[in-house]
Design a protein around this ligand. Structure first.
Ligand code: SAH
Ligand code: DHB
Ligand code: MG
Length: 238
């Protein structure tokens, strides 16, 4: 079984992309005010040589609408890349403030430029650093009352640290907040005992640990679409 490449034939049905294209033409037509900023972020990121691993448009809008429905004032993201998911969250939520953490200096530079071009620099802070270090600092600031707790966390960086990120995130969210971990299904690798890639082992670890964690209710939501077959760990911290 093929295990690499997000669009290898055994794991990508072109119908999924067609459905995303069809549905978005109605639920998020190109006339929307954030279309140019989102397209610019993807184009500029591609031209700068960043990998094409940002969320799909449907996924970005879903997370943004969740934040709106839940009245999230402060969101946290680990893994900014070129700022595409960040632009979704902030552009769909005029009052939302986002702190997004990125390790790669080129990604930080491209993301800051894309976020500035989107007119969102006043509400989106790109913090340069390693996720675990930055989250530990943010956790200390929240504990000290120096910054408000977060109402939503999106974990989308180095998968090996997913459980570390989750534990830190749990310590700095308000009651009833969602922590979402991207890419845990990995084209079914999550449930394939023969798949022992570090990335997949880390996904199993976060799913299993979060399942045992007191005060947390979680579900794995499988997703298909223009980005292929993957899924989220979606957890509510009480
Ligand atoms: N959320 C983005 C995609 C993120 S891709 C979007 O949907 O648009 C994953 C990102 O995590 C990459 O930019 C990578 O450089 C970053 N990353 C990898 N290891 C990291 C670490 N230890 N700390 C912070 N970011 C990291
Ligand atoms: C990869 C990482 C991601 O965050 C993603 O959404 C898709 C793919 C990767 O490292 O392959
Ligand atoms: Mg991802």
């Amino acid at each position: 079984m093929a295990t690499s490449g997000s669009k290898d034939i055994a794991h990508y049905n072109p119908v999924w992309g067609k459905v995303d294209t069809y549905a978005l033409a109605h639920s998020h037509p190109a006339s929307r005010p954030n279309t140019a900023a989102l397209e610019n972020a993807l184009t500029a990121s591609r031209e700068a040589g960043l990998p094409d691993i940002s969320l799909s448009a449907a996924q970005g809008k879903f997370l943004a609408l969740h934040c709106r429905a839940a009245g999230v004032a402060h969101a946290l993201e680990v893994g900014t890349l070129g700022g595409y998911s960040a632009i979704w969250l902030a552009s769909e939520n005029p009052a939302l403030r986002l702190t997004t953490v990125e390790y790669n200096p080129l990604h930080v530079e491209v993301a800051r430029r894309n976020i500035e071009a989107a007119g969102l620099a006043d509400r989106v802070e790109v913090v340069h650093g390693a996720g675990v270090d930055v989250l530990a600092r943010l956790r200390d600031e929240v504990r000290a009352g120096a910054r408000p707790p977060f109402g939503f966390v999106f974990i989308d960086a180095d998968k090996e640290n997913n459980w570390n990120y989750f534990k830190l995130a749990k310590e700095m969210v308000k009651p009833n907040s969602v922590i979402c971990v991207d890419n845990v299904v990995r084209r079914g690798g999550l449930a394939d005992p023969e798949n022992t890639e570090p990335y997949v082992l880390a996904s199993r670890r976060v799913v299993e640990e979060v399942g045992k964690e007191p005060g947390v209710d979680s579900v794995v939501v499988q997703t298909v679409g223009s980005k292929g077959y993957d899924g989220w760990l979606w957890a509510v911290v009480s």
